[in-house]
Design a protein around this ligand. Structure first.
Ligand SMILES: Nc1ncnc2c1ncn2[C@@H]1O[C@H](COP(=O)(O)OP(=O)(O)OP(=O)(O)O)[C@@H](O)[C@H]1O
Ligand SMILES: [Mg+2]
Length: 263
């Protein structure tokens, strides 16, 4: 068997707010193989985004271990951390909204190339054009301001920006949730296609089990800070075992999508 790309064990994270104690992560363990999509689904407040942020090291867990590309990921510091950060990139719902709306598409993609010293100044326009082409956009879009492009184009640009550092793992947190159905379908196809061509692994987080089923090889179901069920995507959808998965499947309008595992 292939060694895991990422392996997390015993993750815990408790938040205290307004005198309330919330166990957002309560002993969570998971593995992601190279080139695999693990779907993470669960009701609102079940801890999906907290888990995504802990794996990205945007927040520190209270307990637990994470190995990523063979290293003790929670112990990596300084220059080694900056180097390894390239290998794990996150895309969330409308990430470009954090930028000045007058920023250009090219500028948004240029930033990681510059910060990580991936291409020198003269090589960067060609690198930006190549990344835009990989996400199905014309290189001429580089000159446009991000407020001028559509929601679907913005999410393609966010994916191009994430790909710029050649990540082994992309964490997608509700990355297609704000898009309407036809645009969403095309972005999901793009993600599957990029995975086939580049071998990138995804942690695909969504509250929508139909969307998760469409792209995932395996699915982990979360509820109240714990993973309550994990298995092949087709099995979770056709024969859910946990009450949480049963409820998500029962509430899903249509589950007729093919998964990459069916192909
Ligand atoms: N910074 C924080 N401070 C206090 N509580 C928090 C914080 N972040 C998350 N929580 C709480 O932790 C729990 C898990 O939240 P989280 O955002 O991880 O859930 P989620 O599964 O991503 O939900 P959604 O589907 O709505 O995005 C919730 O009860 C939430 O209120
Ligand atoms: Mg969330």
């Amino acid at each position: 068997m292939n060694a895991a790309l990422l392996s997390a064990a015993g993750l815990r994270k408790t938040f205290f707010s307004g005198g309330r104690r919330v166990a957002a992560l309560d002993d969570v363990s998971l593995d992601i193989a190279p080139g695999e999509t693990l779907g993470l689904v669960g009701p609102s407040g079940s801890g999906k985004s907290t888990l995504a942020r802990v794996l990205m090291r945007l927040i520190e867990p209270d307990a637990g271990t994470i190995r990523f590309e063979g290293r003790d990921w929670l112990a990596v510091r300084g220059a080694a951390l900056r180097g390894m950060r390239r290998r794990m990139q996150m895309v969330f719902q409308d990430p470009l909204s954090a930028f000045n709306p007058r920023a250009t598409v090219g500028g948004v993609i240029d930033e990681p190339l510059r910060i990580h010293g991936i291409a020198d100044r003269r090589a960067r326009p060609a690198a930006i054009g190549a990344l835009l082409e990989q996400v199905g956009l014309p290189p001429s879009l580089a000159a446009r301001a991000i407020h001028e492009i559509s929601g679907g184009q913005r999410q393609r640009v966010a994916i191009a920006r994430a790909l710029a550092t050649n990540p082994a793992l992309m964490v997608l947190d509700e990355a297609v949730s704000a898009l309407d159905v036809s645009v969403r379908g095309r972005i999901l196809e793009l993600l599957v296609d990029l995975q086939r061509r580049r071998g990138v692994a995804y942690l695909f987080v969504s509250h929508d089990i139909a969307v998760v089923r469409a792209v995932s090889h395996r699915i982990a179901v979360m509820d109240r800070g714990a993973i309550v069920e994990t298995g092949p995507a087709a099995d979770i959808v056709s024969a859910p075992k946990s009450a949480t998965a049963k409820a998500l499947v029962a509430a899903a309008p249509r589950l007729a999508f093919r998964t990459p595992a069916d192909a």
